[in-house]
Design a protein around this ligand. Structure first.
Ligand code: CA
Ligand code: CA
Length: 298
């Protein structure tokens, strides 16, 4: 089967069912999706500062929307992430107020970081291994429109480092064709996205989109070799964690045919609470359910 390339020329700023599709793909078709970095490629040198750019309504441009033939409300997409190709440099901005320690930043600066042979050259002597990931990936939400900066049950700015090569992202579909979009790749990012940015980078990613038969989820799930990550985004830690825990317990109850109490015990004995990011308009947490407990979520 030939591979389709979807260029980064067609982008959007809000996930919405009102967006007109830019591309159409078929289920099971291997496609290469080009993406901008979160600044739309406008920061190319260290003299260009984040504060120089008016990015109002332009940050985190997502390639798409992509209409997937044969996809309907109630379906769940399975997006297999293949090889990720990165641009030859990444960007990390800094400015007063950025991230949780932003009150300690006095100057606005930009670092442009060369990427060579899977290594990010932070300085001549400090090198970081490339761990590419997709920051923004989602479908049109059930209702209204959600700006690309914000994560949610539709996906969006999940900034989850496991959304990478070899893993699968599952998203519940609310509108015909799904209206998939993605962008905001990072060459590296730790859990939390602790200063507010990853190593922001343009690139291209090979994806194969299929339907996950018989799946029933209300928010994104990421499958790795070892586990299923139940993702949940919200305004407050306690409420967001509680909702993610409830969804995870329900999976354990259903899959293992146990009551609430035992599912709650098994959750505590085997599952990990992790943080995807704490810097977006909503935080994103993830509960990791090991495949040793549940080999197949559905
Ligand atoms: Ca992001
Ligand atoms: Ca980003």
């Amino acid at each position: 089967m030939t591979m389709k390339t979807l260029s980064r020329q067609r982008t959007f700023t809000h996930f919405s069912h009102k967006n007109k599709p830019a591309y159409t793909i078929e289920l099971g078709e291997r496609s290469l999706f080009e993406t901008h970095d979160c600044y739309g490629g406008r920061i190319t040198e260290e003299t260009i500062l984040r504060t120089d750019l008016d990015l109002t309504g332009k940050i985190n441009l997502a390639t798409g929307p992509i209409y997937i033939n044969g996809v309907q409300p109630g379906d769940v997409l399975c997006i297999e992430v293949g090889k990720i190709e990165l641009n030859e440099f990444g960007v990390m901005v800094m400015m007063p107020g950025l991230g949780p320690l932003g009150d300690q930043i006095e100057n606005t600066t930009t670092k442009v970081l060369p990427i060579k042979e899977n290594v990010i050259h932070f300085t001549d002597t400090i090198h970081i291994p490339v761990q590419p990931m997709i920051g923004v990936i989602g479908v049109a939400p059930a209702e209204g429109s959600v700006q690309n900066e914000t994560p949610g049950d539709h996906g969006g700015n999940l900034d989850t480092k496991e959304i990478t090569t070899g893993n699968k992202v599952y998203l519940p579909v609310h509108h015909n064709g799904g209206l998939l979009g993605l962008g905001d790749m990072h060459a590296a990012m730790g859990d939390g996205e602790l200063d507010g940015t990853g190593v922001e980078v343009a690139g291209a990613v090979h994806l194969t989109v299929t339907k996950a038969a018989n799946w029933d989820i209300e928010s994104p799930v990421v499958e790795t070799n070892e586990s299923y990550l139940i993702l949940c985004s919200g305004t407050k830690y306690d409420e967001t964690i509680k909702r993610a825990l409830n969804m995870s317990v329900q999976h354990i109850q259903r899959r293992l045919a146990v009551g609430f109490d035992d599912a709650y015990r098994l959750l505590s004995a085997t599952c990990d609470l992790k943080i995807s990011q704490i810097v977006n308009p909503l935080i994103t947490v993830k509960i990791s359910i090991p495949k040793t407990l549940i080999p197949k979520l559905f």
